[in-house]
Each structure stands twice: as structure tokens, then as C-alpha cells.
Design a protein around this ligand. Structure first.
Ligand SMILES: Nc1ncnc2c1ncn2[C@@H]1O[C@H](COP(=O)(O)OP(=O)(O)OP(=O)(O)O)[C@@H](O)[C@H]1O
Length: 216
């Protein structure tokens, strides 16, 4: 894979255009930070990109998409559901295999919540739930990450650690971020969205927070 060409992206709600038409390319190895004010269209764009990548990407949606009644282990394992035969997934629901338990426990340890392995996600805090969705995305082992505000519920040091982990684990990423400084520190390229259009597209190394603040 050398990268992705996204052409003619559009989205409308109730007949009103909220994205595009816009086009851009992402090279393998790029870590793109999507920034822009609330309502600019970042979440809608992430969903469009996810549809275009058709299963090739790991997704961390803003609403997390966890199954509250199931333990953390099973929520993380879901990242690989489509990579196993159905008998394997059925057995895992009742009696998970040791190698999967070990792999998920290791991930949770890196994310600071190893003791939550068998806790239903309904019983977790917002930041802990967010880390379960992050673990599920990493567990999928896709080459590319699409994430919508993946660190919004994490405190400073954990948010920093998770962003470093995500850019290390995924060869390529496109991540919507409210935190402009975090985007500048962890992303190689910044795309600014304004009213559903690309208003800024530049290497992070050439931008300051003041450049980006013009979008808000
Ligand atoms: N399901 C929906 N039905 C109708 N309008 C929607 C829907 N989802 C999003 N919109 C509209 O589309 C526009 C873009 O929304 P979107 O959630 O993509 O913005 P965003 O940049 O991700 O905002 P935030 O930073 O607050 O998450 C907004 O005007 C919003 O009101």
C-alpha cells in the first residue's frame, strides 16, 4: 500500500451539504491530525473515510461503540472478530483462549487498566471506556487508524502516552483532535476543516498553534 486517494467526498443531512465535495491523498506513513471547530465536519469526514477504506482501517468512533454488558476482554477481542472463524468466536465468548487473554491483558497493562480485564464496560469511567476502544482498535492490527477524538476523556500524561502509542502502532493514521497542541506534537500533517471544506493542509512542522487558531 502506497497510500490512499480520497476523491469526491461529500455528505449531506436533510438536504444540507456538510462535507465537500473535497478530495485529498494520504501517503503511507503519514499521521494526519484533523482539526477545526465544533460542527466543522470532522466526525462526518472520519465516517466517510471509514466507509471508503472498507474494513482496512481500525476505527475509534467518538461514541466508542462498546457493548456495555460484556467484559473489557470481549470488547477488545471484537477488534479481531472478522479475522476468526465463527466457531472460534463462539468458544471465546464462553471460554477465551489463553493466547488471546494474554494479548489483551498486555495491551490493557500498557493502557494502565490491566485489572479491568473481566469488568463489564458499563462499570468503567469515561476515560477507562475510551481506553477499551483504543485497545480494541490496536488489537485489530490494521495498518491504518481512523479516530475521532480518541483522547478527549484522558488526563494529560495518559493522553500524551496514548497518542504516542497510536502513532507507533499504526503505520498511517487520521485522527480528529480538539487539542491543537497534541495534534502538532504527534501528527506529521495537519488538515484543518472549516464548513466541510479543507481550509488548511500543511506539515505539522511548519505550523504553530496561532496558524491553526484561525480556523476557530
Ligand atoms: N446525524 C446528523 N443529522 C443531522 N445533522 C448532522 C448529523 N450529524 C452531523 N450533523 C451536522 O453535520 C455538521 C458536521 O458535524 P460533525 O459531527 O461532523 O462535526 P465535528 O467537526 O465532528 O464536530 P465536533 O468537534 O463537535 O465533534 C454539523 O453541522 C452537524 O450539525
Amino acid at each position: 500500500m502506497s497510500g490512499y486517494d480520497f476523491n469526491g467526498l461529500t455528505a449531506s443531512f436533510d438536504g444540507e451539504r456538510v462535507i465537500g465535495p473535497l478530495s485529498f491523498s494520504v501517503q503511507k506513513g503519514e499521521h494526519v491530525g484533523l482539526v477545526g471547530k465544533s460542527g466543522a465536519g470532522k466526525s462526518t469526514l472520519i465516517r466517510l473515510l471509514y466507509d471508503r477504506l472498507d474494513g482496512e482501517a481500525s476505527l475509534i468512533p467518538q461514541n466508542l461503540g462498546l457493548v456495555n454488558a460484556l467484559p473489557v476482554f470481549h470488547n477488545v477481542f471484537m477488534g479481531q472478530l472478522d479475522q476468526h472463524p465463527s466457531w472460534y468466536n463462539t468458544v471465546t465468548l464462553v471460554r477465551p483462549f489463553r493466547r488471546d487473554k494474554d494479548a489483551v491483558r498486555t495491551l490493557l497493562r500498557e493502557l494502565g487498566i490491566p485489572e479491568k480485564l473481566w469488568v463489564p464496560t458499563a462499570a468503567l469511567s469515561g476515560g477507562q471506556r475510551q481506553r477499551v476502544a483504543i485497545a480494541r482498535a490496536i488489537y485489530r492490527q490494521a495498518p491504518t487508524l481512523l479516530a475521532d477524538e480518541p483522547i478527549s476523556a484522558l488526563d494529560g500524561p495518559m493522553a500524551w502516552q496514548v497518542m504516542a502509542m497510536l502513532t507507533q502502532q499504526f503505520a498511517t493514521s487520521i485522527v480528529a483532535l480538539h487539542d491543537v497542541e497534541m495534534a502538532l506534537a504527534h501528527c506529521s500533517r495537519i488538515i484543518g476543516i472549516q464548513d466541510g471544506q479543507i481550509a488548511l493542509d500543511a506539515p505539522a512542522s511548519q505550523l504553530t498553534t496561532a496558524d491553526i487558531s484561525e480556523l476557530y
